[in-house]
Each structure stands twice: as C-alpha cells, then as structure tokens.
Design a binder for this molecule. Structure first.
Ligand code: NAD
Length: 265
C-alpha cells in the first residue's frame, strides 16, 4: 500500500524474474528496470562474455550463458533459476533475432529454420520448463513475450521475422485463455523502431536490399512513425515494469505497442 501523498511508484520488490537474452539490448533494459524496482532478476544470453559483463554491472543480477533455442541450455537455466531464485514470478521471453532480409524465394532454408527456432520455438522451451514454477507462485505470476510492430503489420523482405512475431501474439492470447483460470497473466509487448546498433544493422540490410543509402532508408523509417522518432529500449522496459507489477493485475491476453504509432512498414 502506498502512503497517502507519496509519489506513486511501481513496486516489483522481491518478484523473481527471468529474462531470456537479457544481457544486452531491450532484454538488458528490462532486467535493469525490474532490478531497480526491487525484483530479483536472472538473465540468459548466448554470449558468455555478455552475461559476465551484465552480472558485474547490475547489482544482484544473476545469469546463465546459453542458446535460448537449445533444449539442453534451457534445462540448465531451469536448474540455475531454481538454485538462485527458488521459483519464478515473471517470465520475460525476450529473445529474438532479425532473421534474413530479402525476397521470400531467396532465403536459405537453414536461415528460416533458425529464425523460427530462436523467435518462436524457444518460447515453448521456456514455457514448458517455467510455467510449473509460475503455477506455484502466489505473487501475481505473469508471462511477457517481446514481439514487434512486425507482429501487427506485414513486413515485406522480412517475412520469417514477421511470421514469428505474429505467432507470439497468438501464443500469448492462447496462454491468457489457458492459464488465466490459475491466475497467470500473459501479454505481448510490440516494440517499434528501437534506436541502437541492432536497428542500424536492420536499416543497413534493408538499404542494401533496396539499393538505397543508409541515410535515405533511415529517413523512410521515420516517415512511417506518427511521432517521427524512434523509441528507446528504456521505453519498452517501462511497459515491462508496469505489466510485471500488481498495477497490471487485470491485464492479460493483450498485445501492446511501444512504437510512437508506426503507421505502416
Ligand atoms: N531492436 C529493435 O528495434 C526491436 C524492435 C522490435 C522488436 N524487437 C525484439 O526485441 C527483442 C530484443 O531485441 P534486441 O534488439 O534487444 O536484441 P539484440 O540483437 O540487441 O540482442 C540482445 C541479446 O540477445 C542475445 N541473443 C541472440 N541470440 C540468442 C539466443 N539464441 N539465445 C540467447 N541469447 C541470444 C545477444 O547475444 C544479445 O546479447 C527481440 O525479440 C527483438 O525481435 C527489437
């Protein structure tokens, strides 16, 4: 309960949180925001060096190096979360890769398979292992899936990515129906054009595929956004903090955008 007259804060004190691919980028911002709110946060990342850096930089953070799309690695994460946190209240399935850029008939089969494995199948690996822990939680347990604006709009030249991100919306809506009766919430966050190195890479790949300069392609991205600016990882983390908190205790089955209103892709 807040004290009368005190500024309202979002309280996630003591919540046990797992963020996949949480050592850098949006996942790192979510991990830091929740840790700053008092949560006990464990991250995974495919890069052991990134896990070590994150654990050293963020007080209280723990982590496991591993590929989110590997069943054996997911088993190790389960063991380590059990040992470190002793249970789980919030599962943030954040992992996702850009996948190939180009015409649909130009993709190598292996690139499509890898995109589906990392962006979609990994979610099921973590759900199978961690939903039992969420069922045992009495602290408003919830699941967050990090989808994308490409999970509500079509995204030409990036169909494997877009297909997996739409799939996550179907996944959380199904989870909300299935797990709502036992008190587990499930929502998707759809970030838009997030400033940073990853987006620079996406813009560069698209500029190459379309024969445009990087600057011209960057400008075409801004023209698609009603607010004419990119969002930051911190904007996404703010929504994650809210959705993970008790303030959102009646929000489930939703796909919520943080994107300045991207009008088309
Ligand atoms: N950055 C954007 O503009 C943007 C926009 C919309 C949605 N998203 C989504 O947000 C999520 C995070 O994106 P980001 O831009 O922060 O990612 P990123 O490319 O910055 O990568 C974040 C971390 O993921 C790790 N990683 C990559 N593959 C992994 C794997 N198989 N297993 C475990 N860790 C792995 C990387 O080592 C890195 O530390 C993704 O699901 C992405 O699709 C990003």
């Amino acid at each position: 309960m807040q004290q009368a007259g005190a500024p309202r804060t979002i309280d996630v004190r003591g919540k046990r949180v797992l963020v996949t691919a949480g050592a850098a980028g949006i996942g790192r911002a979510i991990a830091e925001e929740l840790a700053a709110g008092g949560a006990r946060v464990h991250v995974t990342d495919i890069l052991a060096t990134s896990v070590a850096e994150a654990v050293a930089a963020v007080p209280g953070l723990t982590g496991t190096a591993g590929d989110a799309a590997s069943e054996a690695d997911a088993d190790r994460v389960l063991d380590e979360v059990g040992a470190r946190l002793g249970g789980l209240d919030v599962l943030v399935n954040n992992v996702g890769i850009a996948g190939p850029t180009g015409q649909v008939d130009s993709y190598a089969d292996a690139d499509v398979q890898r995109t589906v494995d990392v962006n979609l199948t990994s979610h099921f690996y973590f759900l199978r292992r961690f939903v039992p822990l969420l069922r045992a939680s009495d602290r408003d347990p919830s699941i967050l899936a990090i989808s994308s604006v490409a999970g509500r709009l079509g995204y030409g030249l990036r169909s494997p990515y877009s297909a997996t991100k739409w799939a996550l919306v179907g996944l959380v809506k199904s989870l909300a129906v299935e797990l709502g009766p036992v008190g587990i919430r499930a929502n998707a966050i759809l970030p838009g054009v997030v400033s940073g190195a990853r987006m620079d890479g996406v813009i560069a790949a698209r500029a190459d595929a379309s024969g445009m300069s990087f600057e011209a392609m960057r400008e075409t991205y801004l023209q698609k956004i009603s607010l004419r600016r990119m969002v930051d990882a911190a904007d996404v983390a703010s929504l994650a903090l809210f959705l993970a908190s008790d303030l959102a205790r009646n929000i489930t089955g939703q796909a919520i955008s943080v994107d300045g209103n991207v009008e088309y892709l």
